[in-house]
Design a protein around this ligand. Structure first.
Ligand code: SF4
Ligand code: SF4
Ligand code: SF4
Length: 244
């Protein structure tokens, strides 16, 4: 996709291929680099080389061990805001800072209106919101809205930073509301699906399933201990995906 007029109704989003993602974190790093200087920046980084680094990352890559022994494989799972069709992060916001755009479905935060109450992050079942402790406001993936419509960039560069940098071609961007778009066709061909559809948020982003390594890997575990309720739900979801 190149030039995107903002006047027609679209469902812009990402399609992420869990089969080809190699977990290199290039998408996460380029996301941070672009957005630090972009509309939602700067993005803080505290103690980046220390024992307990922290900061704002709009895109995080988690890695899981699937199956057991020689039959198993590692699944890398990038996660950012999914630009849901029914985003409770928007409906709970008391100030109107969180909003979903009519024209293209992108969910954004107006940082001038955000009071940092964090209601939206509690409402997001995917853990996709990122609180900026330095500025006291909520931030999140903008779908690189300042790239995809940016007339100062060459048309080929008007894609999200994470998509442009992925060396494995595992990230795709386009209009998921158009059944004839490349991303919609890819989802149809590969059996792409929603992340945790039972939550009822109807995420726009889609995931393409990893192919089975050999016979029936059945369980997923994170290399480290699960970090909480959201991670537990993610592991259950990956289990279901891998046993399809
Ligand atoms: S993924 Fe979370 S933050 Fe993004 S639109 Fe959905 S509910 Fe909101
Ligand atoms: S933290 Fe900001 S964006 Fe989130 S609900 Fe509160 S005011 Fe709205
Ligand atoms: S679309 Fe942009 S803001 Fe969202 S994860 Fe990709 S690079 Fe980051």
């Amino acid at each position: 996709m190149t030039d995107l007029p903002a006047t027609t109704q679209r469902k812009l989003g990402l399609v992420i291929d869990l089969d080809t993602c190699v977990g290199c974190h290039a998408c996460a790093v380029n996301c941070k680099q672009w957005n630090t200087g972009g509309a939602a920046g700067p993005l803080p980084d505290h103690d980046p080389y220390g024992a307990q680094p922290s900061g704002v990352w709009f895109n995080r890559v988690h890695s899981y061990e699937a199956g057991d022994g020689a039959a198993g494989r590692t699944v890398h799972f990038p996660k950012s805001c999914l630009h849901c069709a029914k985003p409770d992060c928007v409906t709970v916001c008391p100030t109107g800072a969180s909003y979903k755009r009519e024209a293209d479905g992108i969910v954004l935060v107006d940082m001038d209106k955000c009071i940092g109450c964090k209601l939206c992050s509690w409402a997001c079942p995917y853990g996709a919101r990122e609180f900026d402790e330095d500025e006291g406001v909520m931030k999140k993936c903008t779908l690189c809205v300042d790239r995809i419509y940016n007339q100062d960039l060459a048309p080929a560069e008007r894609v999200p930073a994470c998509v442009s940098t992925c060396p494995a071609g595992a990230r795709h961007f386009g209009d998921l509301g158009d059944p004839l778009s490349d991303v919609s066709k890819l989802v149809a061909e590969r059996g792409g699906f929603d992340l945790m559809p039972e939550m009822g948020y109807e995420p726009t982003n889609k995931y393409l399933p990893p192919r089975r390594a050999t016979s029936a890997p059945s369980t997923c575990a994170k290399s480290a201990q699960p970090e909480g309720e959201i991670e537990g739900r993610l592991l259950k979801w990956l289990d279901r995906v891998l046993s399809r």
